[in-house]
Design a protein around this ligand. Structure first.
Ligand code: SF4
Ligand code: SF4
Length: 616
């Protein structure tokens, strides 16, 4: 009997890559893509596969490492989220020209919604700009299948191929068959060909023409052809002569399929699903436009299919205002679109989701909260450039003023400094924050730039020894790679010194008073005549990281009679374990949440919180 299992979309993608005999995968974590490499690591272990897997320092590095493997004729994958693809855009554009040897799959997971991203961008448009084919799966099973197809197509046509799952595919679960995972046999062989691999601009023109020819061939590949998914169900006269049809790609087609069934229209409206929304076959475009009067396009997030269909009069979609231009196409949204397109009664209005009871906040006892509280105390009138990570939630504490993209906090701190200095205005203190993983990702070049341009500010590196937000992937400071094998360990302090920073200090934010002193000293260095950028490393492991030993005595917090119920601690410190009970009522500690860090003792201005040691 065939073995079956319920797999997460990201696990299904990992399986598809191994079924395609990928020998290398490199990634930088980012929701919703983070579980793909983790699933590859556990499959590698379970099936004793000889693969190289790595959490790279950023997406550009991940892309370039995996690409080199493909140059040797072996199959590779590089994995990131849509915002990460911006970081890897440079090698992507060039790799489309040079092409690849072994199959090379670029997985860029999109986040329509957006649920946990700075943007709602559509990676399929970047595939169009780069001129590479893109697969858009609608379910975990399809994502597994398309991972295999993408790898094979890439190798057949020697071109990088994108697989673009979205959050709802990555994080959905589906029951599917398990088949034996093959052991890759391809031996690496790099055949020198500088005309291609190191092409000069003149030859790049030739490569561009070849790329265009490849795309034309790929668009005719029967393996990637659009499917009329309800062809067997359609009644006579509907299939060819129907006046209206629906065309789509991605998870929105799964919603639409279900809704058409519920509305009793599955056998009446031709419905095309496009595995590969770019490049569209010319014959399909012509047939579609000549066979139908009204064509509804359903796709997330941007009008990639629509842009390839040039008859504006027949198209109904995002460019015509029939499909919303932002936000996730949830089933209730799709139902409204279908009803309006098909001339049915509008669906009853959907109640907006109830506002969540509490806004997202840092975990109880999170060391970042202690560091932020100290920053606010040290620099009460400061400007606080922030960055991307769980510590972005410092927003709630009023200690994150800007959030742009990975590594931007340092560049923005420098920008604020130069702006104030050149305008000869009173200089407010500037204190930027960045996580340890983000520092390695994009902070180091920014710090070098800030130093050599003479900027002055305090930079707090919130070092919790992991990439916490995306599932505790290792950082280069850990000294272990993805396989747990010891590798050289990079020191944030030494890197900061190598960037030219002369004031580098390290402290534990749980040791609140000493940490506060370090911040004030850093502020003095930044403001002194012979000063510069000062770096303070707030070092305390993430509480949620099971790989980190617990190295502090757990404290039991008691609320004494001095508590005035002013709720200062609740409002200014926001530890979820501190529970208000109403005006002037003493607060209570929720022992089920309290981690026993003891920092709140330093927060209460009335000395109403006391700590009793409970040991480790
Ligand atoms: S000790 Fe205080 S700050 Fe730490 S988790 Fe418990 S309530 Fe929160
Ligand atoms: S513990 Fe202190 S800060 Fe919190 S409500 Fe009581 S008196 Fe106010």
């Amino acid at each position: 009997m065939t073995e079956r299992s319920i797999l997460l979309g990201n696990e299904a993608i990992a399986l598809g890559l191994l079924e395609a005999e990928c020998t290398m995968a490199a990634s930088y974590p980012g929701t919703p893509a983070s579980e793909i490499l983790r699933a590859l690591a556990s499959l590698k272990e379970r099936h004793k596969l000889d693969l190289h897997l790595e959490w790279s320092i950023n997406e550009k590095a991940a892309f370039e490492v995996a690409l080199a493997n493909s140059y040797t004729g072996r199959r590779s994958a590089t994995i990131m989220k849509q915002v990460g693809l911006n970081v890897a855009a440079d090698p992507l554009m060039s790799a489309a020209y040079t092409g690849v040897k072994g199959g090379f799959v670029l997985i860029s997971a999109d986040d329509p919604g957006p649920h946990s991203s700075q943007t709602e961008q559509d990676s399929r448009l970047i595939a169009m700009v780069a001129k590479i084919p893109v697969f858009d799966p609608s379910s975990p099973e399809e994502a597994r299948e398309y991972a295999r197809r993408a790898c094979a197509l890439s190798e057949k046509h020697e071109i990088p191929v994108m697989l673009r799952p979205t959050t709802r595919v990555c994080h959905a679960r589906q029951d599917m068959d398990l088949r034996p995972v093959p052991h890759p046999k391809q031996f690496p062989l790099f055949e020198k060909n500088p005309g291609r691999w190191a092409a000069t601009p003149k030859f790049r023109l030739v490569l561009h023409r070849q790329l265009n020819e490849k795309l034309a061939r790929i668009s005719r590949d029967p393996d990637c052809a659009p499917q009329l998914v309800n062809g067997d169900a359609l009644g006579p006269g509907t299939r060819d002569g129907g006046r209206a049809c629906i065309v789509g790609s991605g998870v929105v087609t799964a919603h639409a399929q279900e809704i058409l069934g519920e509305l009793g229209l599955w056998d009446r409206v031709p419905f095309y699903r496009l595995p590969m929304p770019y490049p569209l076959p010319e014959s399909f475009r012509d047939d579609l436009l000549s066979s139908y009067d009204r064509i509804l396009i359903l796709e997330e997030t941007d009008p990639v299919i629509e842009l390839q269909l040039q008859n504006r009069e027949k198209i109904f979609g995002r460019t015509t205002g029939h499909v919303p231009t932002a936000g996730e196409l949830l089933p209730e949204v799709v139902e409204g679109i279908l009803r309006s397109f098909l001339g049915l009664d509008p669906s009853p209005p959907v109640e907006p989701p109830a506002y969540p009871g509490r806004r997202p906040t840092l975990c109880a006892g999170c060391p970042h909260r202690a560091a932020f509280f100290a920053i606010k105390k040290a620099f009460p009138k400061g400007i606080y450039p922030g960055d991307i990570g769980c510590y972005t939630l410092g927003l709630n504490l009023g200690v994150v003023d800007t959030v742009l993209c990975m590594g931007a906090s340092i560049n923005q701190a420098a920008g604020f400094y130069h702006a104030y200095r050149s305008a000869r205005r009173d200089m407010p203190p500037i204190c930027a924050t960045i996580g340890d993983s983000t520092f390695f990702h994009a902070g180091v070049p920014a710090l070098m730039n800030a130093v050599v341009q003479g900027a002055r500010f305090v930079l707090v590196v919130l070092d919790n020894s992991t990439t916490a937000m995306t599932g505790h992937q290792p950082t280069p400071a850990l000294g272990r790679n993805l396989d747990g094998i010891p590798v050289p360990r990079l020191s944030i302090a030494e890197l900061a010194k190598a960037c030219g920073v002369r004031s580098v200090a390290e402290g534990d934010p749980y040791d609140f008073d000493r940490f506060l002193d370090l911040l004030k000293a850093a502020g003095r260095h930044a403001g002194a005549e012979d000063g510069g950028v000062a770096v303070v490393i707030a070092k305390r492991p993430c509480l949620m990281d099971r790989n980190q030993p617990r190295t502090w005595p757990r404290l039991r917090i008691e609320v004494n009679e001095k508590c005035k119920g002013c709720d200062f601690c609740v409002k200014q410190f926001e530890c979820p374990a501190l529970r208000p009970r109403g005006e002037k009522e003493p607060i209570v500690i929720d022992d089920s949440l309290c981690s026993g860090c003891g920092v709140c003792v330093r927060v209460c201005p009335h000395g109403a919180l006391e700590a009793v040691s409970e040991g480790h």
